[in-house]
Design a protein around this ligand. Structure first.
Ligand code: AMP
Length: 469
C-alpha cells in the first residue's frame, strides 16, 4: 500500500501518517524530518536545505528527488510506504511517477486561517525536543519546557512571515497535485478541520469506499465478458500466426484488423504511461525472451525458432476494457523453459481460484508467491496486476507476491482484476530499454507472463478473458 499525504503545514499529515503507518503496518517517510535531520547533522545537504527551509521555500527538486529515490530502494519500503511531504510540486510528481505508483493521494484540507493558528502556536524545546502548542498543548509554565525547564522556541519555519510564504508556495506549487492525482483515479479529499480520530476514521472509510467505486455493475461485467471473449478470440488467432519467420508488425496489423471486425478497439495503442514521454505505439505487446512486458510489435522484429514469446493484449469494447497475456515457445522448449511457462500458468490458475468474496486482495499474491517459491524462479516485483474496466489500469494494485497490507481490502462482487504473474529464470530485478517501453530482466534471464481479467461474483469469480495456454 503506497499512500501520499498532501496538505498545508499544520494540516495533520504527520499525525495521520503515524496512525496509518500503524494501521497498514508500513513505514513512513516524512520529507521535512529527513531534511531537518541533515540540518542537525550539519551536512552540506543540510546547510543547503536550511537556506531554503528557513525562508519557507521548497528545497530544489533534484535534491529531494534523489533523496527519496535512494530511500525507496531500501527493502524496508518494499511492501509500501506512507509519504508525508513528497511530492510537493508537479515536477517532483512527474519524476516520481516514472518509478512509483501511489494507491492513494490523500489531501487533508484545512483553511489558511486554521493553518496559521495551528502552526504559529507551536513551541519546541531545543534541548530535549519536546513539543508544545500555546492553544492545544500549553506547557505548565508559559514559555518553559515541562520536562527540562528550558526556554521554549518558535521553530524558524513557524514564524508568521514564514508560514505565510509557505501557504503561498502550497497554493501555487503543491495544490496542482490534486488534478494530477485526480486524473490517476487515486485522489481522496478529507476535511482536516476535525478531531484527529474523526479525520483518521474518515481516511480509512474513504479508502474502503474508493475500492468499491471501481466495482462494476452486473451489466458492466457482462459487457466486459463480451469484450473479453472478443479479445481472447483475436489473441488465439494471433497465437496461430506467431510462427518463426513472422514479423511482429504483421501481428500488430492483424491485431488491429481482427479486433475491428469484432467491433472492439485496441486498448494499448497510444497509451501514455511509464518512463517514456511518448505514447505506446502498438496494440499488441510482443515481448521476446528476456523481455518481460511492453515489447514493441514493429517491422524490424522477426520471430524465430527458439524464441520465448509473450503476447499481451487489451481491448476496449462498448467503453470497457479487458486485458490478457499468454506465453509460448517457438519450437521444442528446453526443460527449464517448459517449467518456467508451466509454473507461470499454474500460479495464475491457482490465484484465480482464490478470487471470491470472503477472501482479500493479499490472497492473490500470497497464492502466486507460494506456488512459485519451491521452483527457484524470480517473481517480478516492480510490475503488478491491477484493477481494470473503466480504464486499462485502475486501482487496486494486484502484486504477484504476498503484500499483507492488502489484507485490509476484501474481494467484493463487481471488482474486476487483471491478474498477471511475471516470472523469470533468474532474478526479479528489471530495467527499461532506451525505447522507453520494453521492460527486460536486469540479469538477461528468460521471462514468462500470463494474464487474465477476472471478475469477483457473488459466489466466486468469472473469467472474462477465456484462458488460452
Ligand atoms: P514540512 O515539515 O513537511 O512542513 O517541511 C519543512 C520544509 O522542508 C518545507 O517548507 C520545505 O522547505 C522542505 N521540504 C519538505 N518536503 C519537501 C519537498 N518535497 N520538496 C521541497 N522541499 C521540501
Amino acid at each position: 500500500m503506497n499512500i501520499i499525504l498532501i496538505g498545508t503545514q499544520g494540516c495533520g499529515k504527520g499525525t495521520q501518517a503515524i496512525k496509518l503507518s500503524e494501521y497498514f503496518n508500513i513505514p513512513t517517510i516524512t520529507m521535512g524530518e529527513v531534511l531537518r535531520e541533515e540540518i542537525e547533522k550539519g551536512t552540506a545537504l543540510g546547510k543547503l536545505a536550511a537556506s531554503y527551509m528557513n525562508k519557507g521555500m521548497l528545497v530544489p527538486d533534484d535534491l529531494v528527488g534523489s533523496i527519496i529515490r535512494k530511500k525507496l530502494q531500501r527493502d524496508e519500503y518494499g511492501l509500501g510506504v506512507i509519504l508525508d511531504g513528497y511530492p510537493r510540486n508537479i515536477v517532483q510528481a512527474e519524476e516520481f511517477d516514472t518509478y512509483f505508483q501511489p494507491d492513494y493521494a490523500i489531501l487533508l484540507e484545512i483553511s489558511d486561517e486554521e493553518a496559521i493558528k495551528r502552526v504559529t502556536g507551536r513551541r519546541v524545546c531545543l534541548k530535549c525536543g519536546e513539543n508544545f502548542h500555546t492553544l492545544y498543548r500549553p506547557s505548565k509554565e508559559p514559555g518553559r519546557c515541562d520536562r527540562c525547564g528550558t526556554k521554549l522556541k518558535v521553530r524558524e519555519d513557524s514564524t508568521p512571515e514564514v508560514v505565510k510564504t509557505r501557504l503561498e508556495v502550497y497554493h501555487l506549487q503543491t495544490e496542482p497535485l490534486i488534478g494530477f492525482y485526480e486524473k490517476k483515479g487515486v485522489f481522496i479529499r478529507i476535511d482536516g478541520e476535525r478531531s484527529i480520530s474523526e479525520v483518521y476514521e474518515d481516511i480509512i472509510s474513504k479508502i474502503k469506499e474508493h475500492e468499491l467505486r471501481h466495482q462494476k455493475t452486473k451489466q458492466e461485467v457482462e459487457i466486459m465478458a463480451q469484450g473479453g471473449a472478443r479479445l481472447a478470440k483475436v489473441l488465439a488467432r494471433l497465437r496461430g500466426i506467431a510462427k518463426p519467420g513472422a514479423e511482429t508488425a504483421e501481428l500488430e496489423r492483424r491485431a488491429q484488423e481482427w479486433l475491428k471486425e469484432l467491433g472492439a478497439e485496441p486498448a494499448f495503442l497510444n497509451y501514455r504511461a511509464g518512463r517514456s514521454g511518448s505514447p505506446y505505439p502498438c496494440s499488441v505487446c510482443v515481448s521476446l525472451n528476456q523481455e518481460i512486458v511492453h515489447g514493441l510489435s514493429v517491422p524490424s522484429r522477426v520471430l524465430k525458432s527458439g524464441d520465448l514469446v509473450s503476447l499481451d493484449f487489451g481491448a476496449k469494447y462498448k467503453g470497457l476494457y479487458t486485458d490478457m497475456a499468454i506465453t509460448f515457445y517457438l519450437g521444442r522448449a528446453p526443460k527449464e523453459v517448459k517449467r518456467l511457462i508451466k509454473i507461470t500458468y499454474d500460479s495464475l490458475r491457482r490465484a484465480i481460484r482464490v478470487v471470491r468474496p470472503g477472501n482479500n486482495l493479499s490472497d492473490i499474491g500470497k497464492t502466486i508467491e507460494s506456488c512459485v517459491a519451491k521452483h527457484k524462479l524470480g517473481i517480478v516485483r516492480d510490475l503488478v496486476g491491477h484493477g481494470v474496466g473503466y480504464a486499462v489500469h485502475e486501482p487496486p494494485r494486484v502484486p504477484n507476491y504476498d503484500d499483507p497490507t492488502l489484507a485490509k481490502i476484501p474481494l467484493e462482487p463487481g471488482m474486476c482484476l487483471a491478474i498477471e504473474p511475471m516470472l523469470t529464470l533468474g532474478d526479479f530485478k528489471i530495467k527499461t530499454l532506451e525505447d522507453g517501453w520494453t521492460v527486460v530482466t536486469k540479469d538477461g534471464s528468460l521471462s514468462a507472463h500470463a494474464e487474465v481479467t477476472v471478475a469477483v461474483t457473488e459466489k466466486g469469480h468469472r473469467i472474462l478473458t477465456p484462458f488460452i495456454d
